[in-house]
Design a protein around this ligand. Structure first.
Ligand SMILES: [Zn+2]
Length: 409
């Protein structure tokens, strides 16, 4: 099992400037290697065999890849000796990142999903560096962690590292309120639990709504917490204040920092809320069925803002990770018809977004709209008969995808 713990670092001024310098070097290297790949791409876009005219392409260059770019680091170090100060594997990780983002753009990830064109990173936009080598247990001693070439860093061990885990990699991230280290941990001794087959009595359905954060199939509602709204209001106020400041002024710079801190606070609060809800849901010991989110589709609709605010994508990722650890499933079902169909008899009862109550003309079932949807979602996940008419092979959209790693802490 793989997991990640994040700890705050307390760095000396000298260590801070070292990390800042490394981040900047990492950023330049990243941009340079990205440019190398873009150049290759621009020059080789036309398929030679299909070129209709006398070939006008310049001489073909070898396609830069991880290995060729890694070999070329020798030259980086020759021309810019400061690169010798970075641990070499950390520098190689920069190239691995370029490779990953470039491939994601050209050929997509394991699910064939392509991401956007990689962007060059502006000053201060390269925020983390990775130490890809395992950290030996003796190098984490109480409040200190020893990493290559920076030496011992003080960290705030707000919770102990779990027993039996090996630290596979360490990543230092610079956030607006300081430096953090994320340790990715692996424990091969934890067996993978095979979850039970989802059935009516071991599964709950949840509908993620606009009015509340979610409603489960018993009608329990989880509201978006007030303190989170408050933090958001504060953020808006700071953003307005920022927009009034003159460009390039000292006051503006300070305002930018305040806005960034407020953003971090909002996102921390949101994440904390997501963890709590995931824990609460899974504490019942049941599988959780939810709608498959079509983030791209929603982003275009008028629900975009509230999706972003509620952060359902992040919540579902957290839910699926936590579920796996508990030996449970987070099941994504196809959202077609979940809010329209009657959970009592399966009749389609068309309603608009503003209609909050589901009233069935066939069987007389009257329920809150989201509650009705939650029941339908549960039925879809377990293959219950009310929705048999629509259960097809694509009803279950699959077990929720989870990211490779998600810092927890
Ligand atoms: Zn009905």
């Amino acid at each position: 099992m793989r997991t990640a713990y994040q700890y705050r670092l307390r760095l000396t001024t000298a260590q801070q400037s070292t990390i800042d310098q490394w981040l900047e070097l990492g950023r330049r290297q990243y941009n340079y290697r990205l440019a190398e790949r873009f150049n290759w791409y621009e020059q080789n876009r036309c398929d030679i065999n299909a070129c209709p005219l006398i070939c006008h392409l310049p001489e073909l260059k070898d396609r830069p890849n991880f290995y060729s770019q890694k070999r070329d680091l020798v030259n980086s170090k020759k021309w810019f000796p400061e690169y010798k100060e970075l641990p070499s594997h950390t520098l190689q990780d920069v190239i691995a990142r370029v490779e990953k983002t470039f491939d994601r753009w050209l050929s997509g990830d394991s699910n064939g999903k392509r991401s956007g064109k990689p962007r060059f990173k502006g000053q201060g936009r390269y925020r983390s560096i990775t130490f890809p080598d395992p950290v030996k247990p003796e190098h984490i001693d109480g409040q200190l962690i020893q990493l290559p070439k920076v030496g011992k860093l003080k960290l705030i061990l707000h919770r102990p590292l779990p027993d039996g885990f090996k630290v596979k990699t360490a990543t230092i991230t610079k956030k607006v309120d300081g430096y953090y280290v994320t340790l990715s941990l692996q424990d091969s001794s934890v067996p993978v639990i095979t979850p039970d087959v989802p059935e009516l009595d071991n599964t709950i359905g949840v509908d993620m709504g606009l009015k509340s954060f979610l409603v489960d199939d018993s009608g329990n509602e989880i509201k978006i917490p007030q303190h989170y709204r408050k933090a958001q209001k504060n953020l808006k106020r700071l953003q307005r204040s920022l927009s009034r400041k003159k460009k390039g002024s000292n006051r503006r710079q300070k305002a930018v920092k305040r806005v960034a801190k407020a953003h971090l606070k909002v996102s921390n609060k949101r994440k904390d809320f997501h963890y709590k809800i995931a824990k609460k849901l899974l504490s019942q010991g049941k599988h959780v069925a939810h709608e498959k989110l079509n983030i791209k589709g929603i982003a275009k609709s008028r629900m975009a803002k509230s999706t972003h605010d509620a952060g359902w994508g992040q919540f579902l990722q957290i839910l699926s990770i936590k579920a796996e650890r508990a030996g449970l499933l987070a099941i994504a079902v196809n959202p077609n018809g979940t809010s329209q169909n009657c959970s009592g008899c399966g009749t389609k009862v068309p309603k608009e977004l503003k209609d909050r109550i589901h009233v069935c003309p066939e069987c007389g079932l009257t329920l809150d709209r989201d509650h009705n949807a939650a029941i339908n979602i549960k039925y879809l996940a377990v293959g219950h008969s009310v929705n048999k008419a629509q259960i097809t092979s694509d009803a279950i959209a699959g077990v929720t995808e989870k990211p490779a790693l998600y810092p927890i802490g």
